[in-house]
Unconditional design. Structure first.
Length: 128
């Protein structure tokens, strides 16, 4: 089962950083060494507000299929397009390349608003 193709109501994206090691010398000079050519610790927090419970069930089923925070998964092109819906900036600026695998950082947080309508929050970590 692929990650559900649903545009989020709120999207928080942390682009991570490259592996950098900082050293300070005795005279106060700072030296930085780059330890790789890929970013790590990408974070994506998604909120789907006031969605029907069948949509929430899709996310729960996907979470169960990935064994919670254990397995990684790749976002389909359709899912990436849905996740970036509403972004009016430069295309590619919210760099979520297809080569990034994702895993759940925690279990989905579900809040029932009224019968049949819920808000679900998903936290993902990018794994390159």
């Amino acid at each position: 089962m692929p990650f559900p193709v649903v545009p989020p109501s709120v999207r928080n994206y942390d682009a991570g950083d490259w592996p950098v090691r900082k050293f300070n010398t005795q005279n106060g000079t700072e030296i930085r060494l780059l330890y790789g050519n890929k970013r790590y610790n990408l974070k994506l927090s998604l909120t789907y507000a006031n969605v029907v419970d069948t949509t929430v069930s899709e996310f729960i089923a996907h979470f169960a299929e990935t064994k919670g925070t254990f397995k990684t998964f790749n976002l389909s092109n359709a899912a990436r397009v849905a996740l970036l819906s509403g972004w009016a900036g430069t295309p590619g600026q919210l760099d979520m390349p297809g080569g990034v695998d994702w895993r759940y950082a925690s279990s989905p947080d579900i809040e029932q608003i009224r019968p049949g309508i819920s808000t679900i929050k998903i936290n993902l970590i990018g794994v390159i």
